[in-house]
Design a protein around this ligand. Structure first.
Ligand SMILES: Cc1ncc(COP(=O)(O)O)c(C=O)c1O
Length: 465
């Protein structure tokens, strides 16, 4: 057997065992920081080592430090599992090793993005003529969309930001909701819009931007504006009222961007699409495939209703970057990177394996399971659910649903105890001056039994003295 075959065989065996055992593994690993450093450590290898031996040693060192994020009882952050077809597609992506930059480097990688992009627009109910870019995650999707926004709003003021930069440019305002995700702030920072200069408008008790506050902000000042709304608050799962916000933004000639890292997927479900009503009226959208589409990391997607603005903000040219002409889509025209992994293959595999109905079922199932979690936990005296469970997010607090130091400490102790028991994993957050446990149900393989086992673990932690 060749070295390449032997290492792939070994990787396949290890992968099969991991996947077969992931529902039963403790969700959080037992290894200490020191033991992991020791396992991976040692002097710089002086000479070549057989590929299969490298894989063996790598897996042995990594295994005790792996968090079972693809398992059915991982509820941390907003983390999708990896659908079977997407894992296999990712393997082939590595084997094929095609950069998705230019058609001439990989016609297959270029065309799969074109097809998957069109499917995504249809699934999410966005304008079919929008342009699409495949990026690392929603953070970079927000960046790309807001670069297009910056281009277009300054172009309308007769300023070429790509050529002349921001020094001396006409003013732009950037308006965000008070509950804006930090990655939007990070993206804006990279685009030259300092975080202190952002204008925040009030949000309601669930974290939804108040449309009347946006209207007053826009009426108070005629400077051209970029408005950043949100579909799916990272804590509560709540949606900004996009239809109202879009009407207000339109009235004032503002660019409307929607950060929909996971919430945008509600649009793919007939029973949840009411949450995203009006989303198609925005100018740009950012989402993740590695969250709710259950594609392996990393995979984010940006959509822009005005392809010319998107392309102008991203596209580069050089004599050696050979283009096919207007006939083919060039992947690097739509992303901040030049060379990058061909992420379109796994996204294509996800959509192809689930189909429209499978995507809707997965999204709806996660939301049903989140409600089940909330019902189980709310039945325990002393536990409060802090949010309206409208999507897949549940905020859990031990003690009164009001700011209180003692309840903060008890909630933190509950989170620690759950994490130490390792039946499931959920992290902590701060919500309206209260500590809370954050549960996000985003994995295709989670069942009712997983939720019940996890809720029992949380109740045990809540009852500890
Ligand atoms: C609303 C929202 N926007 C953006 C992001 C950033 O996504 P990523 O970490 O995939 O870049 C997240 C991540 O949780 C999110 O919830």
């Amino acid at each position: 057997m060749s070295a390449a075959d032997a290492s792939l065989e070994r990787a396949l065996q290890i992968a099969r065992a991991y996947i077969a055992g992931r529902a039963d593994r403790p969700v959080w690993p037992a290894a200490s920081l020191d033991s992991l450093r020791e396992a991976f450590g040692g002097p710089l290898p002086a000479a070549p080592i057989d590929a299969a031996d490298v894989i063996e040693a790598l897996a042995r060192a990594a295994e005790p430090g792996l968090v079972t994020t693809t398992g059915p009882r991982y509820f941390g952050f907003v983390t999708g599992g990896a659908l079977p077809a997407t894992v296999a597609a990712e393997w082939l992506t590595a084997v094929w090793d095609q950069p998705a930059s230019l058609y001439v480097i990989s016609p297959a990688a270029a065309v799969v993005e074109e097809i998957a992009g069109a499917w995504l627009l249809e699934l999410l109910g966005l304008p079919p003529s929008s342009s699409v870019g495949f990026v690392t995650g929603c953070h970079m999707a927000n960046f790309t969309a807001l670069a297009a926004a910056r281009h277009e709003m300054l172009r309308r003021a007769e300023w070429d930001v790509e050529a002349d930069g921001l020094n001396g440019s006409p003013s732009l305002r950037v308006i965000v909701g008070d509950e804006v995700h930090v990655s939007v702030v990070g993206a804006l920072r990279m685009l030259g819009f300092g975080s202190r200069r952002l204008e925040r408008v009030a949000a309601d008790g669930q974290g939804r931007m108040r449309p009347e506050a946006l209207a007053s902000a826009l009426e108070a000042n005629a400077t051209p504006a970029i408005v950043c709304a949100q579909a799916g608050n990272v804590n509560s799962g709540a949606f900004d009222p996009l239809d109202k916000i879009a009407a207000i933004a339109k009235r004032h000639g503002a660019w409307l961007h929607v950060d929909g890292a996971f919430g945008l997927w509600a649009a793919a479900s007939p029973s949840l699409a009411r949450h995203t009503r009006g989303v198609e009226l925005a100018d740009s959208w950012a989402t993740d495939a590695h969250k709710w589409l259950n594609v392996p990391y990393d995979s984010g997607i940006v959509f822009v209703a005005n392809p010319a603005a998107h392309r102008a903000a991203m596209s580069l040219s050089a004599a050696y970057l050979i283009r096919r002409g207007e006939e083919a889509r060039e992947p690097m025209d739509w992303t901040p990177e030049s060379s990058r992994r061909a992420r379109g293959f796994a996204v294509y595999a996800a959509i192809r394996s689930l189909g429209r109905s499978g995507v809707a079922d997965m999204i709806e199932r996660c939301c049903r399971l989140a409600r089940r979690f909330a019902e189980r936990l709310a039945a325990e005296p002393g536990i409060a659910i802090l949010n309206d469970v409208v999507l897949n997010q549940v905020l859990v607090r031990l003690g009164p649903a009001a700011p209180d130091r003692g309840a903060d400490a008890r909630t933190q102790a509950m989170i620690r105890a759950v994490q130490e028991e390792r039946v499931c994993w959920a992290g902590g957050t701060r919500w309206h001056d209260m500590d809370a446990m954050r549960i996000s149900v985003s994995n295709w393989s989670t069942t009712e039994e997983d939720v019940d086992r996890s809720a029992e673990s949380i109740v045990r932690a809540a009852r500890q003295p």
